[in-house]
Design a protein around this ligand. Structure first.
Ligand code: M6R
Length: 610
């Protein structure tokens, strides 16, 4: 969840590190810090509580010069967000370390190190890494060897970067469970937890594999696997847009990303639909063979990705006639479950690094699932590298902690998957052609949905002083209600719950009064009349309703019900289209409330710890 940047260069690196941290701030933003090795071999450290801007200002006031350095932006796990808990951590004024992940056996290691005379200055698990390396360096011949010895004693997850004041032009980096990417420059080299941090300085990257340890100097990168054998890792040219981390004309990344949805959807569909068919090649070379055998779908995800998976469950069973189960990754990984025959294990993830989802994939392999597929937005991520089949979302970098464009693009990818597998079950040639044609209309439909912005902005004023809200939907709109509620609570801090509308009278109806706004997602489909009865149940209890529906659903606004007109669309696309006004609603409510929209409290974009 934290962000790491390191550089061994032939120029002062402070600015490179700070720029990198700024671009990584979405990963954690409660404190930050850096260490730069001065020309006379001293470790210069600065740490601040708060955002990277604060660190930048402090660095400007007392410039730190030096061509080797490491930096970190933190999302606290062990120890509160204070200056002494911020990274880098230093041992004996010699070794400096930044760490992403959790060292599970830190208490035992800490005790042993204290017995050896080491003094700890923080409450973090990470500090043990610095002291352990220092202790091993007393007997090992090099910093590389000391780090190799150290990582063998660590249990848990780490992406770590280490510098030693006695070898000022070297960084040692190690990866297990938390991603690290090496950036290759000209006469200088870099490391980061996400390539986006390094795009201003290089586009050539190699992703470290699990267990890798690397020695990085200005002119050379040596990589060793978990058995300490030297290995090569492919260096590839990044396709990620350099400007992806700019807000452009928008006040927040979230708003930018909401408005990027038509283009993101266009990119995800481009080259993947042809002559009324979904091309299997969108999922990888072995897709056709695997899809033919598939009899069951198991989807695993977290958060917004889980909500997308829940929507797809309706599609798999109603359109494709294939059984689909969906589970939250953190639940799946810790319970005993049964593998269905010929079950395709599907992971959904924007980042591709979500710790629980990744652990679930590893477990699925041990359990003997037939094959795995991931729908993921980040090239080279752990889920992408670990799955048999891959659907690259091509949504473009998503920076806002609240996931928006990733959700609608995931839904489009899932619909393609439903078709690609479903044609071996109940989806006919004509049905496939109809779905493909609906998908092709999707970007334009999203444009239309975005024109609801002025109405939603006004609506937001009704919500800003509320403390609670209910979101209702039926069938595939129920997960859309879940997503609407997640968005609202995540960035506005208003408590929001989603219910399948039919569940209301089994308990939640007791909550309804004039202070509880109820949002109803009411597309014009076969369940509309049922939903109208649910609406009457709320109305009879004095509830205040906001109904999202198209003209044909024939709702009329009155003193207890405000109708928000959503552009009419294919029933199939309705879950994707109805998501747009809900995203805008949470954005504008939060804008009025003045919350930190892109970096809401207590959260981080990429949840790389469990
Ligand atoms: O990167 P992933 O899609 O695996 O992330 C899963 C969740 O952490 C993520 O969707 C989270 O719920 C978002 N903050 C929701 O907006």
């Amino acid at each position: 969840m934290c962000g790491i940047v390191g550089a061994v260069a032939q120029r002062d690196v402070a600015e490179i590190l700070l720029q990198g941290l700024k671009r990584l701030e979405y990963r954690g933003y409660d404190s930050s810090g850096l260490v730069i090795l001065s020309d006379n071999g001293e470790l210069q450290r600065i740490r601040c509580v708060g955002k990277v801007n604060k660190l930048s200002r402090a660095v400007v006031e007392s410039p730190f010069l030096g061509a080797t350095g490491i930096a970190h932006t933190r999302w606290a796990t062990h120890g509160s967000p204070t200056e002494k808990n911020a990274h880098p951590h230093i041992s004996n004024n010699t070794i400096a370390v930044v760490h992403n992940g959790i060292i599970e056996n830190h208490s035992i290691l800490r005790k042993k190190l204290e017995e050896k005379g080491y003094t700890f200055t923080s409450e973090t698990d990470s500090e043990v890494i610095a002291h352990l390396i220092h202790s091993h360096l007393k007997v090992q011949v090099s910093l590389l060897n000391a780090v190799q010895k150290t990582v063998k004693e660590l249990k848990g997850a780490y992406g770590t970067v280490v510098v030693d004041k006695n070898t000022p032009e070297t960084m040692i980096v190690a990866r297990s469970g938390s991603p690290l990417v090496i950036g290759y420059g000209l006469g200088e080299n870099f490391v980061a937890s996400d390539q986006i941090a390094l795009l201003p300085v290089t586009r050539r990257f190699a992703f470290l594999e699990e267990g890798d340890v690397a020695e990085i100097t200005r002119h050379k990168v040596l990589i060793f696997n978990a058995d300490d054998n030297e290995v090569t890792r492919e260096i590839s040219e990044s396709q990620v847009n350099h400007d992806a981390a700019d807000k452009g004309q928008y006040k927040h990344y979230m708003l930018k990303e909401i408005y990027e949805q038509p283009i993101a959807l266009k990119h995800t569909l481009d080259g993947r639909l042809e002559l009324g068919k979904v091309l299997d090649s969108a999922f990888g070379e072995k897709a056709t063979r695997i899809f033919k055998k598939t009899k069951h779908i198991q989807i695993i995800a977290c958060g917004t990705s889980y909500n997308a998976a829940m929507t797809a469950r309706y599609w798999f069973e109603s359109l494709a006639g294939i059984a689909c189960t969906v589970e939250i990754a953190s639940e799946f990984r810790y319970r005993k479950s049964v593998v269905n025959e010929n079950s395709l294990f599907v992971t959904l993830s924007q980042s591709g690094e979500t710790a629980d989802t990744l652990a679930a994939l590893h477990l699925a392999k041990e359990m003997g699932y037939m094959n795995s597929l991931t729908i993921c937005n980040v090239e080279g991520s752990s889920l992408v590298r670990g799955s048999d089949l891959v659907y690259m979302m091509k949504a473009g970098t998503e920076i806002g902690v609240a996931s928006t464009k990733a959700f609608t693009v995931q839904l489009a990818g899932l619909l393609m998957l439903v078709v690609a597998i479903g044609r071996h079950h109940t989806i006919s040639v004509q049905q496939e052609a109809d779905i493909v044609s609906a998908l092709q209309r999707l970007p334009a439909k999203i444009e239309q949905a975005l024109t609801m912005q002025p109405a939603i902005k006004l609506l937001a004023e009704d919500f800003a002083d509320k403390h609670h809200s209910l979101f209702l939907g039926r069938a595939e709109q129920y997960p859309i209600a879940m997503e609407g509620a997640l968005k609202l609570k995540e960035i506005s801090y208003i408590h929001a719950e989603a219910y399948a509308a039919g569940e209301l009278k089994h308990g939640p109806l007791a909550l309804v009064d004039a202070d509880m706004p109820v949002i109803v997602i009411a597309p014009n489909n076969e369940l509309l009349e049922k939903l109208k009865s649910n609406i009457e149940e709320v109305r009879a209890r004095g509830g205040l309703m906001y109904v999202f529906a198209d003209k044909n659903a024939q709702f009329e606004s009155d003193e207890t019900m405000k109708v928000l007109e959503v552009p009419a669309c294919d029933a199939l696309l309705a879950p994707i289209i109805y998501t747009i006004p809900l995203q805008l609603l949470s954005y504008y409510v939060s804008l009025i409330k003045g919350t930190d929209i892109d970096q809401p409290r207590n959260l981080a974009k990429s949840v790389t710890v469990e």
